[in-house]
Design a protein around this ligand. Sequence first.
Ligand SMILES: Nc1ncnc2c1ncn2[C@@H]1O[C@H](COP(=O)(O)OP(=O)(O)OP(=O)(O)O)[C@@H](O)[C@H]1O
Ligand SMILES: [Mg+2]
Length: 264
Amino acid sequence: MPHSAFLNLHNISLAYDTPEGLKTVVNQLDLQLERGHIGCLLGASGCGKTTVLRAIAGFEPLRQGRIEVNQELLSTPEGSIAPEKRQVGMMFQDYALFPHLSIEKNIGFGLRKMDKTVRAHRVAEMLNLVGLESLAQRYPHELSGGQQQRVALARALAPEPSLLLLDEPFSNLDVDTRERLAFEVREILQKTGLTALLVTHNQAEAFAIADRIGVMKDGLIVQWDTAYGLHTQPANDFVADFIRREALMTQRAQAFMRGEVVAA
Ligand SMILES: Nc1ncnc2c1ncn2[C@@H]1O[C@H](COP(=O)(O)OP(=O)(O)OP(=O)(O)O)[C@@H](O)[C@H]1O
Ligand SMILES: [Mg+2]
């Protein structure tokens, strides 16, 4: 039911101008995400995940199709709404915190135009949401990687976006922290009721956090389903192999961490 979806990517195509000519990266991708749901794009490196997120944020022009958020038309090949005018928050893996600003100031960065008291209140609310009240005056280098990612999440949530995009938000964390944080982020997002689209190539992370997962291959979603659906009814051999291979790798990594096997 595409019209009631909060995020609607309707047959979008995206391409890059390269020295060798126009390179199509996403070809007629279709995706509908319900309000309050957490969706996840899962796929190998280079399959087009970041490109899709950048298009939703307004940084990539569409060659075909349209993007709607909350029934509002944001992008068509004929024109699009500027990124800063979209209520879309972003959290990227390499979207580092400002090293010279305290945690509090990092979180309040996008709220500079707000009244001081309102801003302070909002920052306090965000610190509370991610459970870092006691670290407000610290600087990023004084925090662990997981804590820094939570600050980045608080900063992305502070301006009250209507849609949150997360690109590999946990990829530079160790396996344990990554899974714990994925669950935490899911809880935080559920508390806010926000609709979010996450990108990862890690299946455990996708399964930990998402209501719906899109397995991608060469710029297309091969199957858009629940974790259960992907496991029990993979649409084709590609999905079945992908899920099986990833599950095996996760099991091996966990056994390795427990010291049960040595690296091959
Ligand atoms: N600015 C660009 N100019 C030309 N080609 C690009 C550009 N950005 C990305 N690409 C190409 O588009 C394809 C999709 O890239 P994208 O960054 O969306 O992949 P991804 O799924 O996010 O991969 P990863 O998991 O490695 O982050 C790749 O083949 C990439 O080389
Ligand atoms: Mg990427």
